[in-house]
Write a protein that binds this ligand. Sequence first.
Ligand SMILES: Cc1cc2nc3c(=O)[nH]c(=O)nc-3n(C[C@H](O)[C@H](O)[C@H](O)COP(=O)(O)OP(=O)(O)OC[C@H]3O[C@@H](n4cnc5c(N)ncnc54)[C@H](O)[C@@H]3O)c2cc1C
Length: 385
Amino acid sequence: MKSDIDVAIVGGGPVGLYLAILLLQKGIECRVYEKKEKPDLHSKSLGIHPLSLDLFDRAGITKRFLEKGVIIRKGVAFWNREEIGQVTFDRCPPPHRYILAIPQWQTERILEEELCKLDPDAIQRGAKIEELQESDGQIHYRLSRNGEQVASTTRFLIGCDGKNSPVRKSLGIPFTGGPYPDTYVMGDFTENTNFGSDAAIWLHEDGLVEAFPLPGNKRRWVVKTTSYVNDPQPEMLKSIAQSRTGISLESCENSMMSSFGVQHLMADRFHEGRILLAGDAAHVVSPIGGQGMNLGWLDAEAVAEALSNILLMNRNYHDEFRIYTSLQRRVAKQTALRAELNMHLGRRDSAGAAWKILVMALIKTPARHLLARIFTMRGLGSWPV
Ligand SMILES: Cc1cc2nc3c(=O)[nH]c(=O)nc-3n(C[C@H](O)[C@H](O)[C@H](O)COP(=O)(O)OP(=O)(O)OC[C@H]3O[C@@H](n4cnc5c(N)ncnc54)[C@H](O)[C@@H]3O)c2cc1C
């Protein structure tokens, strides 16, 4: 039976948008359904790693990101307020020997523009997938758009619909894991430090502080808190940052505040029949270390590869999807471990003297190159590094 479309992608976040670009570039027709009318301006992710920039080079979409982002070539580390060393990214393979800082909404906007260059109708905003089921070798799905219900069919459906994935839930795939005890408050402020385009990290006995440069002469501050803060206010973050780092943000304007707890969750399997999961729908790792979105793009690469093997080379979809699940679960597990290490570095209960000696040994010796490798996601799974 002929389907309306070869591939339907549920969710127009960073993973769904990038996947659609890859598919269209391979000549595979697809549609992205996104329930939101426009990208959310509340910024989550900020870091694009060299590994992802290499993938973007292959897709020919790096230029706009470099125009809009800030290049971070090194991070300065403090123990309480004492500077203990620097981690540079100059050992990353060329050309991207840096992390690119750019707010997630801007990343999504650029990806959407690149997608629309390939097919202006590829993304359908305001379209919410409400029901799906597989029969007769295809997926039948129903979406609501502008108050209307539309029924359609596709050969393959990819759930890129985030942590609470309705696609994953409709398949009954368990999402295993749970929360870590760590909680944070973050806020974007006008810049008033001398760090320029460097990141700074304070491993403080009262809790971690991180400060990353942002485009538009701003800086994102993240501070660890003792419990989840429901309605975070700029004054609270300013006061914590000053007491731990000695830097006053008093005169700085705030443009975003948010609180977050961290979790580690993984779908028991990433596929069911003709349906695949990718990105946060398949796995959630701690945002400390900034790897979740980048991990989702690795999924997108693997999904595009599997679908081109199936649709263009007539390979069996059961085999391709099994390979996808086994490879990407391995990559996701490795990423989760690295994210956990990043988080552990900043825990208050890690702040003893022995921990300080260990951290100093890591930062002041060639072992810092290993840290840089972990931060920049190099050596994951089978991907080129
Ligand atoms: C505070 C914070 C900081 C972070 N920092 C970083 C970082 O620096 N680097 C990094 O790599 N990652 C970071 N992350 C993680 C990153 O934000 C996520 O991994 C990323 O957003 C996942 O992308 P996604 O496309 O899989 O899912 P999402 O971004 O969640 O997108 C899913 C989309 O699906 C849509 N959708 C859901 N249901 C439906 C439906 N029924 N029909 C149609 N559409 C639907 C949603 O509206 C949404 O737009 C951070 C996360 C947090 C919370």
